[in-house]
Design a protein around this ligand. Structure first.
Ligand SMILES: Nc1ncnc2c1ncn2[C@@H]1O[C@H](COP(=O)(O)OP(=O)(O)OP(=O)(O)O)[C@@H](O)[C@H]1O
Ligand SMILES: [Mg+2]
Length: 260
């Protein structure tokens, strides 16, 4: 069984509108998967449902993480089990600095890992790891003491998402349009961050509508997502075919929702 296994997943909005219409997907440790689809096809909805956002209702199917169905768990419990989502539109948390946010997130995971006992990361260890990760991802030092995402530029927000990922070392990282809004240097830095993380202990699902990031994060598998469904699958060559031919060749009618 793969680390993350999505079976026949259906996701609806609170008003009942079905957005994700039966998705099967397996992501294993050491693998990089790309989900590519047009605007409005339901990619972020899929990502939110994986993470347990309350506005997105799983109406059918299963989300298995390491064999356990997590579809009923809260977002915190999913994170503690090693699932991580880098948001397309990261939220600001005024009053909480990047540093304290990261330390709380790490400590919550450590607590869960030690069966509910507090096991806070020693401050010197935390500082060393944080400084190393910030250096690696070229995150300016002063961002660490600012409130999370509060007034951050688009590119700074995305880099800080990757910083969180690097610090939390999830088993499965879902990156929702992490490439959008990045200049070319930032894109390379972010892609390197993803490449470094993926290995024996981590797999990644990279959601994007452009092939651009995939020049730097070469996916092992590409899934084409149109109108809430995976309509084609293949290797990295499929991303290039998409770039050349667009999504219409895969049944999209330009509004992401496919022929109706
Ligand atoms: N909370 C919500 N309320 C109302 N409609 C929603 C909500 N979330 C998603 N939708 C609708 O669901 C559809 C899919 O949206 P989603 O954000 O998942 O698409 P996407 O594939 O991520 O698009 P993009 O490439 O633009 O990021 C859209 O039509 C969107 O308007
Ligand atoms: Mg989206």
């Amino acid at each position: 069984m793969a680390q993350l296994e999505i079976r026949n997943l259906h996701v609806a909005l609170e008003d009942g509108t079905e957005i994700v219409k039966g998705v099967d997907l397996k992501v294993d440790l050491g693998q990089k998967h790309a989900v590519m689809g047009p605007n409005g096809s339901g990619k972020s909805t899929l990502a939110y449902a994986l993470m347990g956002h309350p506005a997105y209702v799983v109406t059918d199917g299963q989300i298995l993480l390491d064999g356990e169905d997590i579809a009923e768990l809260g977002a915190d419990e999913r994170a503690q089990r090693g699932l991580f989502l880098a948001f397309q539109y990261p939220h600001a948390i005024p009053g909480v600095t990047v540093t304290s946010f990261l330390r709380s997130a790490i400590n919550a995971n450590r607590k869960a890992a030690s069966g509910g006992e507090d096991d806070p990361v020693p401050i010197p260890e935390f500082r060393t790891n944080l400084l190393a990760a910030m250096e690696e991802l070229k995150v300016p030092r002063e961002l660490a003491s600012r409130y999370l995402n509060d007034g951050f530029s688009g590119g700074e927000k995305k880099r800080v998402e990757i910083l969180q990922m690097a610090m939390l070392k999830p088993k499965i990282a879902v990156l929702d349009e992490t490439d959008s809004g990045l200049d070319i240097d930032a894109l390379r830095i972010v892609a390197n961050g993803v490449n470094k993380l993926v290995g024996p202990e981590t797999g990644a699902l990279v959601i994007t509508h452009y092939q651009r990031i995939l020049d730097y994060v070469t996916p092992d598998f590409v899934h084409v997502f149109v109108d809430g469904r995976i309509v084609a699958e293949g290797g990295p060559e499929l991303a290039h075919k998409l770039e050349a031919e667009g999504y219409e060749a895969f049944g999209s009618n330009g509004n992401g929702r496919g022929p109706s």
